[in-house]
Design a protein around this ligand. Structure first.
Ligand SMILES: [Zn+2]
Ligand SMILES: [Zn+2]
Length: 338
């Protein structure tokens, strides 16, 4: 029902691509991260809550939407979007034709996240799963306890008049942290300019976030000494950081689970907060779909596919993407939304 093409996954019976990385006629999009939503296609279709973030990615191209769970006939197939729990508006895409059901998960997680609807397992015959953190070393602590750690780090720095710079991805992670901080933050939170527009989109969607203030050109030094500052990883090591002398820095990413990565990149702290499923959640989710065939993509796909085949007796395959980064690479974090 779905084939791999040079532009990405293609459903011939429906005449559409899913998360294509080249311009196509009709693109169905799981979510608005850069490795899934590329500009240049003629039309886009996504889950309703994802519209505003996707529109920012694709400029003037028309974005059509479909509410979660509502079926739509496209060509000879029936399509519906289901919550993936990854970021605002993220969706699994279910495709049905003549009793055969495929689900393309996009990225997903099973942990709670106040910024998006929780993942719902969708029964299917073939499940296309991500494997960004598809190794047994990846296990996440409860988000609440990670947020406790972030708050304790911030308070410790504040007591010493040091700003706390928390690097995190601009779409999804930053807003999730701000949502977790709502009602818990007891000091100023400042945002790098690159965070502001997307954060406003979340607020406009009615998601409660902690109060924030944009860092202006003149703001530096003492004015930020008691702040928690959220900034994209790309700001690290740039002149922008000069406004924050003596800052303590940290990175919020599933990549921080691995001590070696943390040390090598010399962050003062690493907080393993991920918007992807960990190893156990991947296995549980795959089992919950009841799928007899699992196609694995993104990250540690070979390792996960091998495990599913050898230990679970599933039919498996690996789908390569145009964005194969090393999961341990921080540069990959910028496109992965992690
Ligand atoms: Zn993503
Ligand atoms: Zn992804």
């Amino acid at each position: 029902m779905i084939a791999e093409t040079s532009a990405g996954l293609y459903c011939e019976a429906g005449g559409f691509h899913i998360d294509p990385w080249q311009p196509v006629d009709r693109a169905l999009i799981t979510h608005a991260h850069g490795d899934h939503a590329r500009p240049g296609s003629r039309t886009y279709l996504c889950a309703t809550p994802g519209r505003a973030v996707l529109q920012r990615r694709v400029a003037d191209a028309p974005v059509e939407t479909l509410p979660y769970g509502e079926p739509l006939a496209i060509g000879g197939v029936r399509v519906s979007f289901h919550p993936a729990g990854h970021i605002l508006g993220s969706a699994q895409i279910r495709i049905e034709r003549g009793g055969e059901i495929w689900v393309v998960s996009g990225d997903y997680k099973r942990q709670s996240d106040p910024t998006c609807e929780a993942f719902a397992p969708v029964p299917c015959h073939t499940f296309v799963t991500e494997a960004t953190f598809g190794l047994p070393i990846y296990t996440w602590d409860a988000p609440g306890s990670v947020v406790d750690d972030i708050l304790a780090w911030w308070h410790g720095n504040r007591d010493n008049d040091r700003p706390s710079v928390l690097f995190c991805y601009v779409l999804g992670k930053a807003q999730r942290i701000l949502a977790e901080m709502a009602g818990r933050a007891d000091g100023p939170i400042h945002l790098h300019g690159a965070m502001c527009a997307l954060t406003d989109v979340y607020r406009d969607a009615g998601i409660r976030l902690a109060d924030t203030e944009r860092i202006t050109e003149s703001m530096r030094g003492r004015a930020l000494a008691r702040s928690l500052v959220l900034a994209p990883l790309s700001a690290r090591g740039t002149p922008w950081m000069r406004r924050l002398p003596n800052a303590s820095d940290a990175f919020a990413s599933g990549l921080m689970r691995v001590r070696g990565v943390r040390r090598q990149r010399a962050f003062d702290r690493g907080f393993a907060l991920s918007d992807h499923a960990d190893w156990r959640a991947l296995l549980d989710t795959i089992a919950a779909t009841g799928a007899s065939r699992v196609l694995v993509t993104h990250g540690w796909s070979d390792a996960l596919a091998r495990y599913l085949q050898e230990e679970r007796g599933l039919e498996t395959g690996v789908i390569r993407t145009a964005f194969e980064g090393e999961a341990g690479e921080l540069t990959a974090a910028e496109t992965m939304g992690e």
